[in-house]
Ligand binder design. Structure first.
Ligand code: IZC
Ligand code: ZN
Length: 417
């Protein structure tokens, strides 16, 4: 099967540099105008001028009518699989009750833990597939999914299995992360170390069954300390997992430095990272995954210092943090606008942050995030004349058509299988 896309107004291949893109380089983008692209057997097989590509033999020819075409968006931080929802906590947020206080009172993450324990695998699967469909509609073609709403062996395994099954059934690729260390449940409130031991006891099974590639932990006041996180993630590394941290989200505990010290693939949030944390991040290969939707949604705190991080030379990605409590949206395009408006990232930096760097943040840098001959054809045709338009026109969906591995995954006006 061959498909030709021609009359592309602007094509971003994101293929101008090997590896993740750091610091000032994030501001350099190659834009190909009046271009075309040939897809054969699910892969990009030729990229060239529209005139050159247009006349190649193909089963389908799509006139992009001057639209923007980019790689499919990579979403490196989501809590995809969960039971229930937490709209009842909105009133508490409006009254100014802090996120960590809601958690301390047994709500927040713990409320989703109760709901997830009570929800069957079938129901969790249906819900996850629904959210994946919606992500696809926003141009997302690869997604990381965390567990962490079970916090007991049975439910964590249920969540991980659902994420893996959703990943194999849905065209979107799902990269699975074990976040058993997400909160402290009532029975472990006086002994969080015992909870970590219990979660670490799952490492061999998760590894043997290939249920997760990453191990993640919530390093935060009232959750896990830096020392506890270090010990737990070191154990995870001994079992061959790559590691990630929810670091410096609300209180500056030094999670950013710990991410660098451990050689974590990514340190996520980093909203209150200190100067020292930013310097260390910038001189490391750990990717900073910034989640401005969370700061917006919680209505408190500062947005991560993306400008300082990029100027210091760090590798930055952005993500929705899609979850039922602190960032309830699948709309990555809205997050791109927040990155522009609240973190002063340039459109060029933002496109790197949702493609190449996001892919490296989940170890998919060599297969996703770029349009390149020989690579899977994951791409988006946008109802936009240029790449700067997406973060600029905010809050709506600009997707026209999404291709995953050369097949139509979403088209404006309906889903096509
Ligand atoms: O369910 O609140 N921050 N984990 C750490 C979350 C947010 C997800 C949630
Ligand atoms: Zn998270």
């Amino acid at each position: 099967m061959a498909t030709v896309l021609y009359n592309i107004g602007q094509l971003l291949t994101m293929d101008h540099q090997d590896g993740p893109v750091r610091g000032q380089d994030m501001n350099e983008l190659k834009v190909y105008e009046d271009y075309g692209l040939l897809i054969e057997d699910g892969k990009v097989s030729q990229i060239g001028s529209s005139d050159q590509i247009k006349n190649l033999p193909a089963d389908h020819k799509i006139d992009c009518e001057g639209r923007l075409v980019t790689p499919g968006i990579v979403e490196p931080h989501t809590h995809l699989v969960f039971g229930g929802s937490r709209e009842h906590e909105m009133a508490l947020k409006q009254q100014g009750v802090p996120y960590l206080d809601i958690l301390k009172q047994g709500g927040g993450i713990l409320s989703t833990v109760r709901a997830t324990r009570e929800t069957s695998a079938e129901e969790l699967y249906k819900k996850a597939m629904f959210h994946l469909d919606r992500m696809a509609s926003y141009g997302i073609t690869t997604v990381e999914a965390k567990s962490g709403y079970g916090m007991d062996h049975e439910t964590e395994l249920k969540q991980l299995r659902v994420a893996n099954k959703a990943g194999s059934d849905h065209p979107i690729d799902v990269v699975s992360t074990f976040l058993g260390a997400h909160a402290i449940t009532e029975e472990y409130k006086d002994d969080p170390e015992a909870l970590l031991d219990k979660m670490a006891a799952m490492f061999p099974t998760i590894k043997e069954e290939g249920l997760a590639e990453f191990v993640d932990i919530f390093t935060e006041t009232g959750v896990f300390t830096v020392d506890q996180s270090r010990r737990y993630l070191q154990q995870a590394k001994e079992y061959g997992f790559n590691v990630k941290l929810h670091a410096d989200e609300i209180d500056p505990l030094g999670g950013t430095q710990l991410a660098v010290e451990l050689g974590a693939t990514s340190g996520d949030h980093l909203a209150v990272a200190t100067d020292e944390g930013i310097q260390q991040l910038a001189s490391s290969n750990t990717i900073g995954v910034l989640l401005p939707g969370t700061i917006f949604y919680l209505g408190k705190g500062e947005f991560a210092r993306a400008r300082d991080m990029i100027e210091a030379g760090a590798i930055i990605a952005i993500s929705t943090d899609f979850n039922p409590g602190s960032s309830v949206t699948e709309n990555i395009q809205l997050i791109m606008s927040l990155a522009a408006l609240k973190m002063q990232m340039t459109p060029e930096e933002i496109w790197h942050a949702v493609t190449t760097n996001a892919a490296y943040a989940i170890n998919r840098g060599e297969v996703a995030g770029k349009l390149k001959v020989g690579r899977q054809a994951d791409l988006v045709i946008w109802d936009a004349p240029n790449y700067k338009y997406i973060p600029y026109h905010y809050g709506v969906n600009h997707v026209n058509t999404v291709f995953k591995a050369g097949c139509k995954l979403y088209e404006r006006g309906g889903l096509h299988g």
